[in-house]
Design a protein around this ligand. Sequence first.
Ligand SMILES: NC(=O)c1ccc[n+]([C@@H]2O[C@H](COP(=O)([O-])OP(=O)(O)OC[C@H]3O[C@@H](n4cnc5c(N)ncnc54)[C@H](OP(=O)(O)O)[C@@H]3O)[C@@H](O)[C@H]2O)c1
Length: 208
Amino acid sequence: MKIAVIGSGNMGSSFVKQLRKAGHTVTVTSRNKASAQTLAKDHGATVVDASKLSDAEIIILATGAPDAIPALKAAGNLSGKVVVDITNPLTADYMGLTIGHSTSNAEEIAKAIPGIHLVKGFNTVFAQVLGAGGTLPNGEKITVFVAADDAAAKTSVTNLAQSMGFAVSDAGPLKNARYLEPLAGLNIYFGYGAGRGTGIFPTWVEAA
Ligand SMILES: NC(=O)c1ccc[n+]([C@@H]2O[C@H](COP(=O)([O-])OP(=O)(O)OC[C@H]3O[C@@H](n4cnc5c(N)ncnc54)[C@H](OP(=O)(O)O)[C@@H]3O)[C@@H](O)[C@H]2O)c1
């Protein structure tokens, strides 16, 4: 598939690496032109301007939460595009969320950019986990939770995550991003606050 990644930081880099490994055609758009060039060169991707984002079948939004809406607005008309929101609206010390309960960063993005098919996902995996791929050496698959209102968009992102080796858990409508963003907050607490490291990730287990 043709995938565009916005952002060339921790998550953008891990996405470009794993998407290329899975055989996708990848473009990168970033405020940080130098790191985007290095990233693209290292993994066989192409740097493009924001105006070319609409050429992709799926756009991965890998900016900080406050930069998400301006980054999408810079792309012009994205109506009908599938956009994956991986952002977490974190406080400066990473130990809290700036919004929640009655909304989520995902819902605020969907409101600000009408017409896109927004899918919340990948926000509960650390960049280090993503960068190592979706399947552990013992064969266990890491879970990616996806929440979206558009069924076809959710299916596309599910297929994309599976192509990178992840297991996908359907987390319902986009408004359930209100649960997924705090879930990432707890994961960050475990990883950094409780000192368990960035190899940690949430999953759901069903008793037989
Ligand atoms: N890091 C993780 O483990 C992790 C895990 C799950 C979810 N997340 C979420 O994923 C998002 C990205 O995290 P990160 O750690 O990758 O952040 P990061 O390292 O700061 O990377 C953000 C990237 O986005 C670029 N950017 C900012 N505004 C932009 C714009 N308007 N247009 C294009 N590019 C823009 C930044 O450029 P500059 O270099 O110029 O700032 C940078 O390359 C965050 O919302 C975070 O909450 C992170």
